[in-house]
Design a protein around this ligand. Structure first.
Ligand code: SF4
Length: 351
């Protein structure tokens, strides 16, 4: 296992500084940054316009190896799932979803997750560690290679894989800046979504970043009692505080928030819950993203019937709430964060 920092961990300023420190002109650092972040080339020997001395500097100071893709799904033309093995032997998941003209990647921010949502497989694992910015960007770079092979272009990034992004704030924001940089990821801020359970300090900091990132709150229930059973994490904003935070984020960034709502049969998916939710969101400028639950063998939660899902959606629409229901193509992956890692771990432990 390399003790060196990942080459993807460096900011553009970091590349420039590395060049200058070794007596090389700083613009060479800009070139290296573009090779890595724009072209996805990590090996210095493949950076054809860099002088050999700087390629040597990169090689001796940074871990320039490509990550090992340990596991991927079989449905490559529409969705793809990567399991990337990390140098310490653990792994991380990332997802590609192609729907019409939209190509979305879903990235993880932590190995495991400390939040412990009762319906989520990542909650079963607990937190192993935070990912570095480079490890988050590695996921993007690998999925972008696959996207290019499909002659598509990534249009959207969602931080909605394993982990709570705002609990790994600095690394996540560093990664978002690189993703948003036209000389690197080239993804518009409005097309980058940060999904969070709602942590007051992190939400405020994100609003002050001066970017129009899309913020998605995991709501999952119209009342605090049900919500705290589903998301038993201390420090999570109450529902009233979430509504205030939604208003503040709109005021500070000009962006409406999204509320994520996983539909769980017998828990939060009845007509009564839909009406409660509509009352709660009356006058709040937002979109509700309904996510029919993807059943997980290790958990007892059930997906509502198609009729119940339609009824829930119809009640919200009849109350003029903007609502989207996650399409089948994506739900199997995104509604079950952590499931991929569990499967890969089971597969590797069975070897
Ligand atoms: S749903 Fe998200 S926040 Fe909750 S345990 Fe899973 S990964 Fe963590």
């Amino acid at each position: 296992m390399s003790e060196l920092p990942r080459i993807t961990d460096l900011t553009q300023a970091g590349f420039r500084e590395l060049a200058e420190t070794h007596g090389i002109r700083p613009f060479r650092g800009d070139q290296a940054y573009e090779w890595v972040m724009k072209k996805g080339v990590r090996r210095p020997d493949d950076m054809s316009n860099l002088p050999k001395p700087f390629r040597d500097v990169l090689r001796t100071n940074l871990d320039c190896e490509d990550p090992i893709v340990e596991w991927s799904d079989d449905s490559r033309t529409t969705t793809d799932k990567l399991y990337m093995r990390l140098p310490d032997g653990d792994g991380v998941e990332a997802v590609l979803i192609c729907e019409g003209r939209r190509t979305t990647v879903c990235l993880s921010s932590q190995v495991g997750c400390p939040v412990g949502c009762t319906f989520c497989a990542s909650g079963l694992l607990g937190l192993r560690r935070n990912l570095s910015a480079g490890e988050i960007l590695d996921q993007f770079i690998e999925l972008r290679k696959r996207t290019r092979a499909l002659e598509r272009r990534i249009s959207n990034v969602v931080m909605m894989g394993m982990g709570e992004p705002l609990l790994n704030y600095d690394a996540v924001v560093h990664a978002l800046q690189v993703l948003n940089d036209p000389k690197a990821g080239g993804i518009g801020a409005r097309h980058i979504t940060v999904s969070t359970i709602g942590l007051g300090k992190g939400v405020k900091r994100l609003a002050q970043e001066g970017k129009q990132y899309t913020l998605a709150f995991s709501l999952h229930a119209p009342d605090d009692e049900t919500r705290s059973e589903l998301i038993p994490f201390p420090g999570t904003l109450s529902i009233a505080e979430l509504m205030d935070a939604a208003h503040e984020y709109l005021r500070d960034t000009g962006r409406e928030v999204t509320f994520e709502y996983v539909l769980l049969e017998g828990v939060n998916a009845s007509a009564r819950h839909a009406k409660q939710l509509a009352d709660l969101l009356k006058g709040v400028r937002c979109t509700v993203n309904l996510i029919p639950y993807n059943e997980n063998p290790g958990l007892s939660f059930r997906r509502p019937t198609p009729g119940a899902i339609d009824r829930f959606e119809a009640i919200l629409r009849s109350r003029r709430i903007k609502v989207a229901v996650r399409k089948r193509k994506g739900h199997k992956i995104l509604a079950a964060c952590g499931q991929l890692r569990l499967r890969a771990r089971r597969a590797t432990s069975a070897e």
